[in-house]
Structures are given as C-alpha cells and as structure tokens.
Design a protein around this ligand. Structure first.
Ligand code: ZN
Length: 306
C-alpha cells in the first residue's frame, strides 16, 4: 500500500512538473502584448516586430467609448504580459479593469505620457481631455515613444533594435504628415471644414489647418438633439460646405438627419465617404494599418471637398 501511495505521489509530482515546464516554455517563446485599439496594436507591431505576440481587443468598426470587456477579453488581459491602452478616458468603460491590473502587471496608458500642453480639451467641457491623439502625428509619436520605452524595459536585449525601428517608423510618419498637408492644400481654404458625427478629428484639424465640427461631442455616448442638428445644418448652409463624413465605428443616422435638414433649406450635401475615426480597417488591408488608415482619410476628405 505504501509503495502504491509513493508511486502515486511521484506520478502527481511528475505531472505537476511537466505542466510547469511546458507553461514556462510557452511564456518564454514570446511575450503577449494586449492592446485596446488597432491603432495601438499597429504601433506595437512597428516597434516590436516579431519579438512579441500582439492581440488587439477592438477590431474594425468597434467604438472604444462604449466598449465593455467581454469574458474572453478578461481572460486575454489575464494572460497578457504587457497591456497598452489609450487612456484619457477613451476606453471609458474599462478604466476600472486597467486600474486593478496595474497592481499585477505592466499596464501603460500611452496617451497619459503626452504632455498636458499638447492635449486638446473639449470646448464645451474644458475639464475633459480629448482622447483622439492618434490624429495628430506628432502627438502620436510621443505616445509611440512610450511603447518603445516600455518594450525596452521589459525586453532589454532588444532595446537597440526597438530604437532603430522607431527611428525608421518616425521617418515614415513625418512623410505621412507632409504628404497630408500637401493634399489638404488642394482644398480651397474656405472649404477646409470637416463635419463628422462625433468629435474625433480635432487633433487632425489642428495639425493640418482644418476646421472641425462634430455633432456629438468627444464621446459617442454624448446625447445630441434637434438643436445640434440645426446648428450644424446652419453652419453648412452658411459656409456652402459640399460634404459631410460618416465614421466606420459610429452609426450614420445623425449625418443622414443633417443631410435631410440641409435639403429642406435647399442645400445639397453629399456624404463625402466613410472615415476611420476610432477604429481602423480590417486586418490585412491597407486601412488596417495606421498609415493606410490615415491616407484613406486624407484622400477621402480631399477628394470630396476640393
Ligand atoms: Zn471617439
């Protein structure tokens, strides 16, 4: 009996050990980096290359302002070695989760690394920061630097490679910014007005000299009423604006109401096309990368307004 018990314990210990070993090997393979938005996942990919496995919780068409973590997301976050999120209240329904996880692992809000004087505020609510920092390429570089810094601390052996990758990527981003300015200059100055459903493009407008009007405020959970629609319609008619834009992650209902309202005043407005505001395009497509998404937006805006 004693011998059987001994064998049994040995067997349990062996199983236990072998489980541990395979668990460690899995972990040693590649650290898992989990991000909220696709924009952040793309930045991690540019800096880290193949050194990490990347999972983004929010896919194409997903609205981060309203997003609630699923049971599967919580499991993914539990497994993560590093978590990057935007912060500045973009992922408003997930803040508590990140605060809790900060006690257990490396959790970084990249937007919170941006100096306060480069953060835009909501005109109507000056106490609120505008979280849509990816639309100012220079501000996005600062946020991306926070990714490089974190990855270099966590994977010090690859530090130099990350720095080189960052340098090369930033050259592409500078080119993207110059190209965008060039294209936007094709729009007559008075027509450089971008009207969308929610206020995602203030950084974009600020950096490329466009006026921006959103119907709904900084977050998609803000209410809008007939008065807001009327104000936008008046603005469009007064300034003779040709097109408004819908967003891939926001319902087009509001913009359709704006077009109807303008029509009643005898002013024809087109839908200029669909912009990627808070979500990127499908993985594997041009618009599924930050640069491709940005180019798509600039081309769509310029081609409709020029
Ligand atoms: Zn937004």
């Amino acid at each position: 009996m004693k011998k059987i018990l001994f064998l049994f314990i040995t067997a349990v210990l062996l199983v236990g050990c072998s489980n541990n070993v395979s668990g460690d090997v899995e972990k040693e393979e590649k650290p898992l980096v989990v991000t909220t938005t696709g924009q952040i996942a793309d930045a991690v990919k540019e800096i880290a290359g193949d050194h990490v496995e990347i999972k983004s919780l929010m896919g194409p068409g997903v609205d981060p302002h309203m997003y609630k973590a699923t049971q599967g997301d919580l499991q993914t976050l539990e497994k993560a070695d590093i978590i990057f999120y935007n912060g500045l209240e973009l992922e408003g329904k997930m803040s508590d989760i990140f605060e809790k996880m900060k006690k257990e692992k490396t959790v970084v809000a990249i937007g919170e690394a941006v100096p306060q004087d480069q953060i835009l505020n909501d005109e109507a609510h000056p106490e609120l920061s505008d979280p849509h920092i990816w639309f100012d390429i220079n501000v996005w570089k600062i946020a991306t630097k926070e990714i490089t810094k974190t990855l270099s601390e966590e994977l010090p052996d690859s530090k130099e490679e990350f720095a080189k990758k960052e340098e090369a990527y930033f050259i592409q981003l500078t080119d993207l910014s110059d190209w965008s300015d060039q294209r936007i200059s094709e729009i007559p100055e008075k027509q450089r007005v971008l009207v969308t459903a929610h206020d995602a493009f203030n950084y974009f407008g600020n950096s490329h000299g466009m006026e921006v009007r959103g119907l709904q405020g900084l977050s998609t959970d803000a209410e809008y009423g007939l008065k807001d629609i009327q104000n936008i319609v008046d603005f469009l008619v007064e300034n003779n604006i040709k097109a408004v834009f819908i967003e891939s992650s926001v319902s087009d209902k509001a913009m359709k109401a704006v077009i109807e309202g303008a029509k009643e005043k005898g002013h024809t407005i087109q839908i200029g096309g669909e912009l990627y505001s808070d979500a990127m395009g499908a993985e594997g497509t041009e618009e599924g990368t930050y640069i491709g998404m940005y180019e798509h937006n600039v081309n769509t805006i310029v081609d409709s307004l020029k």
